[in-house]
Design a protein around this ligand. Sequence first.
Ligand SMILES: Cc1cc2nc3c(=O)[nH]c(=O)nc-3n(C[C@H](O)[C@H](O)[C@H](O)COP(=O)(O)OP(=O)(O)OC[C@H]3O[C@@H](n4cnc5c(N)ncnc54)[C@H](O)[C@@H]3O)c2cc1C
Length: 400
Amino acid sequence: MTRAYDVVIAGGGAAGLFAAIFAGRRGRRVAVLDHAEKVGSKILISGGGRCNFTNLDTKPDRFLSQNPSFCISALKRYTQHDFIALVDRHGIQWHEKKLGQLFCDGSAKEIVAMLVAECGDAGVDIFTQCRVDKVSANEGGGYSVATSLGDFSAASFILATGGPSIPKMGATDFAFRLARQFGLNLVEPRPALVPFTFADRDLNKLRDLSGVPLEASVACNKGKFREALLITHRGLSGPSILQISSYWRDGQEVSIDLSPDRPLAEHLKGLKRTRPKAELRTILGEILARRFAERLFETDLIGPQPLTTRPMADMKDADLVAIAQALHAWRVTPNGTEGYRTAEVTLGGVDTAELSSKTMEAKKLPGFYVIGEAVDVTGWLGGYNFQWAWSSGHAAGMAA
Ligand SMILES: Cc1cc2nc3c(=O)[nH]c(=O)nc-3n(C[C@H](O)[C@H](O)[C@H](O)COP(=O)(O)OP(=O)(O)OC[C@H]3O[C@@H](n4cnc5c(N)ncnc54)[C@H](O)[C@@H]3O)c2cc1C
């Protein structure tokens, strides 16, 4: 028996559920199919269980894509304020943590419950433990969808199975395989918002500092982020590193400013006058994390040689300037990332040149839509990726 719908959506994550709500509200008969036991599993683990569901500062320059303009239309037609209004209607309490990032006061479960309730109101049928195996275009229009729960058919098919990051949460590369099958070009996918790993040679200087946080501004290619950084037993992590990982390419150097808010040369020269007897080691321990500062005197971490420890009065101004410059531009070359195992998102995906920016419909496949993380639009850390899921889901839901 084939179950017939107007719209079949593969993937009951943020984007798929959102598209279902808007298609259902338009009177379309909608089925959402997800192979997991519950829908919205990534929402449940997001934002440390509190779901950073949007960002007040959402604007197109917070997204990476081969076509940076592609996201403009969808983000404009369903904004962060629209989503906040929905959350408010459901009585979900929220707060801004920092940098415009909005989190639930309670739990991410409230966001999933809201989406499921909205789907219910819109008459959407949700099928869980329903793996989508095969999709084919019918002669005469529409799509047939073969699943572990049997066959479905619909005039419109929405591909919302996300990217392969965090496979243990049920993430798959199904979207990319299906897109290829239908002849849609892919921008090479790769893990993003992901910690860096270091080769042993570099790691040996840092490994035992695992857990030490540093304030930093981190730059690579066109990206620059002023946020915290964390040393890990495999390399570097923390918000600034996750952010810059989206801009980094294999083999490239990353520049880290360890005194992002204070010009260090002037500061050190000033301390030479006001605290001449203090040792350089003590001073740097006050400016940076103490354990990290000590490592500068034990290894060549920031320069060709370890620093020598002397009272400030004995330091030449030129040496203080050189130390300041090195700390403003600590250069590291990661040997890789932790990969899809821990990446929060997948960069790349279905090429936006294949899709209408207004509806997310594939230009050469009438009735075939791609939304959410499967598309080559990737947000910064901070609620931007969910906003893309809501906005692109809305765009497809209003058209499918
Ligand atoms: C640990 C973590 C924390 C995050 N925190 C945040 C945050 O706080 N804020 C933010 O903006 N972003 C966050 N993100 C990113 C965000 O979760 C994603 O960008 C977003 O979930 C993408 O939505 P989506 O609907 O496109 O894909 P997904 O949410 O991944 O949904 C895809 C769905 O498809 C299903 N599926 C896959 N293959 C099949 C198949 N063959 N058949 C049937 N179903 C299938 C999956 O089970 C899944 O439910 C986080 C990501 C991770 C991993």
